[in-house]
Design a binder for this molecule. Structure first.
Ligand code: ADP
Ligand code: MG
Ligand code: MG
Length: 876
């Protein structure tokens, strides 16, 4: 019989797959001797079995009962005992944290008999009845899907008639009666009185909550697999709502927004944990606890120091104080903003808690990319409309919306404005540029979820009176309706009417060489980690750049050369006419003349590029796109010719162009006359480009420079194509003096090139994988056509976890890459191998390219720092 239930003292943090993150960490805290209420975890295995069959696996209930008896014996308190009942919390918790996305049911074990026992033990009759009504509501919602509003409505009515001290015990008892009626009306039978039945129904409901809509949406967003299932943690209840010497809170060992050291958190007196996360009442800062209950505060700080040393990372905790006694209900390595991730990793390395290599694994390329986003200019900003809590950094400008539907329907950027958020607001949070709430602190739902998604968030702006129904909010007598433009600053918490200008972030300025590393703690951390990444990485990072300006920018950002210069970008603008001449040429002399006119222009382009990248390789790709891309579009020409004819004029050149466009029309241009094929059918085209590059290099040499040009042939499928271009290039180079040696290599961007890489390497000094085309040709996807049409459906159905154009498809395209590297290097050991598709700037793809043994990646200039960091991570 498989084991489905683990007592907290049996597990540990390494077993999160089986016990879920929450269960594994509760076990770890128990092992560390920290004050955790006793309990046990039902495994994710049991959940998967349940979800597969719709029934709990055989023997599960017996196993749960056996563990329950141990807990009862330890506490000397029994589930269902009418004099002094044990109450249970039944809590979800999967492998990966999904805050608030699945279900938790508290106060299991209360019924008409035990409620009196609870009142007697605690001396709090009101509390006992309040707990009972909470149970009926949570149980009703979670197990039977009864809308929370049905209960909330009644609760509000009772609160309205209650005195200043809140509802009396009698009122709450009557409310329980009302709740039971609501329950019976919805479900068709009475609220179950048998505590064990409550427990098992709750366990099943938690299992099922894995498949709730909001959990699915969250998993898709966070790329968490759909088939893991959740564990269920069953543990003794402790009560934070037993009066002023009780309470509950959430805390972080460092500030999760900035990474600044020092315990940080929110506390709520006389409350249950759910009240904090829901942001229902405004919390006080944790430091207040030092005044309210210094003993518990001190103990909490000790525990948090222990946890941070033990986990060697930022931890967050949920805790509850029951009548002066501290209990730990949860811990995990805490979510944090990108800025905090860098600052904390650098600090922990400095403190010697982790190594520099480990520090690199604590940050991601995606986080670095986010930090380079612009921020509001604090000097140019007007008086803010209001100030809330900066909960997730960033500068967001957008139109006010009040719900998910409006956020999803909007065309431009929006700010989702809510009193507080619940998991139902998740689609709106995903769609919005920023989130603004009037209630809740840095640990409220809005704050936690926004930080996880990298969404800008300001919460707890209590000057805002938000009226979702009317679709407006007020600050003083100022009314802000839906659709109004506002700006929110997730760092300072400031909120402005209208659009506030943004300025480059300090990290972007540092990366561009405009700020010194020691200028602030975040920049210092980025500097430290990037420097280490550069020291350990084996993968080179080049940039894709076509102009001297891009090349210089790339170089400042740390690029070690150009991996792809697209020469087609040099054929645009005023040169279009020359290109048209080239295309329309109908005899060799005409063609020659057109090429001769282009030559000096190309040469000047290359001189500038080689100068900007002096001493570093510059890989120039010969002309790649179909020639008709340089002509005006068919529709436009047709209209122009028709208009001229209608006016009785001679369409002249337009008629010639139109004829050419018609002649050159292709049904599948992506698979047509382009790349190396052009070079082979348009005499002299590639020769002109080779000559321009060689003459440019010679000119740079004469000027005392150190040019390192390389020639790259696109879209090769057969070695003979490459050999033909190489022969032609060699002939051109042989005629020139004073040019340096120019390596000639090829792109590998067709499956056939990859499959015959051994042969092709015989003619190539280097390979550069063009993973955009290789992805298109391997999948038979036309990127421009598929991304907007069926990709969303494929992503939703889980056929892709992520678009293969975003992260390289390692199983298919990646297999071709590995094969080509192996066979290419076998044929030519000194073969240099790089990648120049957009994947070269994608951190996940970079990890793959490093593992596949590539020499370098080439990406757009602004991704260069991201690639440096990702390459460093791949090396440790
Ligand atoms: P989530 O994963 O959504 O945070 P939890 O399982 O942590 O859900 O439960 C939600 C809240 O219920 C917690 O914030 C906690 O304060 C409260 N809670 C959980 N376990 C107990 C317990 N044993 N006693 C009292 N309150 C609890
Ligand atoms: Mg929790
Ligand atoms: Mg290509």
């Amino acid at each position: 019989m498989p084991k489905y239930v683990y007592d907290f003292i049996e597990g540990d943090r390494s077993r999160a797959d089986l016990l879920g993150g929450k269960g594994a960490n509760l076990a770890e805290m128990t092992r560390l001797g920290l004050p955790v209420p006793p309990g046990f975890t039902v495994t994710t295995d049991a959940c998967r079995a349940y979800l597969a069959t719709g029934a709990p696996p055989a023997g599960l209930y017996e196993e749960v009962n056996a563990h329950l008896r141990e807990v009862e014996a330890r506490l000397d308190r029994w589930l269902g005992d009418p004099r002094d009942p044990l109450l249970l919390a039944v809590r979800s918790g999967g492998r990966y944290s999904m805050p608030g996305m699945m279900e938790t049911i508290l106060d299991i074990g209360l019924n008409d008999a035990t409620v009196a026992g609870l009142a007697a033990r605690t001396g709090e009759e009101r509390f006992a009845w309040d707990s009972y009504r909470r149970l009926i509501q949570m149980f009703g919602r979670t197990v039977h899907g009864i809308p929370a509003e049905e209960f909330e409505h009644e609760l509000a009515a009772v609160r309205a008639t209650a005195g200043p001290g809140g509802p009396s015990a009698e009122q709450l008892r009557d409310l329980v009666d009302t709740y039971k009626k609501i329950f019976a009306r919805h479900v068709g039978h009475d609220f179950p009185q048998a505590p064990h039945e409550q427990l098992f129904l709750a366990v099943r409901a938690v299992f099922s909550s894995w498949h709730s809509e909001r959990a699915r949406v969250y998993r898709r967003q966070e790329r968490i697999p759909d088939d893991l299932g959740t564990a269920v943690n069953v543990m003794a209840m402790v009560f934070g709502n037993l009066g002023p010497d009780s309470g509950t809170g959430v805390a972080f060992t460092r500030d999760p927004a900035t990474g600044a050291p020092g315990v940080y958190g929110d506390y709520l007196t006389d409350a249950q944990g759910e009240d904090v996360v829901a942001g229902i009442r405004n919390t006080v800062p944790l430091t207040e606890l030092a005044r309210l209950d210094p003993v518990s505060f001190h103990r909490l700080r000790e525990i948090m120091a222990t946890l941070e040393r033990h986990y060697r990372d930022l931890c967050d905790v949920e805790f509850t104080i029951e009548r002066g006694r501290l209990w730990m209900l949860q811990t995990r390595v805490g979510k944090r903003t990108p800025a905090a991730a860098f600052v904390i990793a650098a600090q922990l390395a400095e403190e010697g808690l982790i190594t520099a290599d480990e520090a690199l694994t604590r940050v991601t390329g995606a986080q670095l990319a986010q930090l380079a986003f612009p921020a509001f200019d604090p000097t140019g900003a007007p008086e803010p409309l209001a100030v809330g809590v900066g909960a997730s950094p960033g500068a967001a400008v957008g139109r006010v919306v009040f719900d998910s539907a409006a956020a999803a329907a909007a065309t431009g950027p929006v700010i989702l404005v809510r009193p507080e958020t619940t998991p139902d607001d998740l689609p709106g949070m995903i769609a919005a540029a920023g989130v603004l709430t009037s209630r809740g602190g840095k640990t409220s739902h809005a704050a936690v979820v926004a930080r996880g998604m990298g969404r800008t968030c300001v919460c707890g702006a209590d000057a805002l009176r938000i009226d979702v129904e009317r679709g407006e909010f007020r600050v003083g007598d100022r009314v802000v309706p839906a659709g109004e433009l506002i700006s929110i600053d997730g760092t300072s918490g400031r909120i402005w009417l209208g659009e506030v200008p943004v300025q480059p972030s300090p990290v972007a300025r540092y990366l561009a060489g405009e700020l010194r590393p020691e200028s602030d703690p975040l920049v210092a951390a980025v500097h430290r980690l990037l420097t280490h990444a550069d020291a350990v990485r084996t993968l080179g990072v080049r940039a894709n750049a076509d102009t001297p300006e891009d090349a210089r920018r790339a170089r400042r950002l740390g690029a070690a050369g150009i991996g792809l210069c697209r020469t087609e970008h040099m054929f645009l603008g005023e040169r279009r006419e020359l290109v048209e001449r080239l295309i329309l040429a109908d005899d060799p002399a005409e063609l020659r003349a057109a090429l001769d006119a282009l030559l000096p222009l190309q040469r000047a382009d290359f001189v500038g590029l080689l100068a900007a990248m002096d001493g570093l390789p510059v890989t120039v790709r010969l002309l790649d796109p179909p020639l008709h891309e340089f002509l005006p579009p068919l529709a436009e020409l047709t209209a122009r010719v028709a208009r001229a004819q209608a006016r009785g004029e001679d369409p002249g050149r337009d008629a010639t162009l139109l004829a050419a466009v018609r002649r050159m029309h292709e049904t599948n241009p992506m698979l047509g006359l382009r790349g190396v094929r052009l070079g082979l059918v348009v005499p002299g085209l590639f020769a002109m480009q080779v000559r321009a590059l060689a003459e440019a290099a010679a000119q740079r040499l004469r000027a005392g420079g150190d040019p390192r040009p390389e020639i790259m042939v696109p879209l090769v499928g057969d070695v003979r194509e490459l050999a033909a271009v190489r022969d032609e290039a060699r002939r051109v180079l042989a005629e020139l003096d004073g040019a340096p040696e120019i390596p000639i290599g090829t792109m590998v961007e067709t499956p056939r090139a990859a499959l015959t890489a051994g042969e092709i390497a015989g003619e190539a000094s280097f390979f550069s994988f063009g993973t955009n085309d290789l992805t298109q040709t391997t999948w038979a996807f036309s990127r421009d056509d598929v991304e907007g049409s069926f990709f969303p459906a494929y992503l939703a159905r889980g056929i892709f976890g992520v678009s293969p154009f975003e992260s390289v498809d390692t199983a298919g395209v990646g297999r071709l890459v590995r094969l080509a590297v192996a066979e290419g290097r076998a044929a030519r050991p000194e073969l240099t191998v790089g990648v120049c598709g957009e994947h070269g700037g994608d951190p996940d793809s970079i990890a793959f390219f490093a593992a596949a043994g590539l020499d370098y990646v080439s990406c757009s200039p602004y991704r260069v720092p991201v690639a440096r960091l990702a390459a460093g991570r791949a090396a440790v």
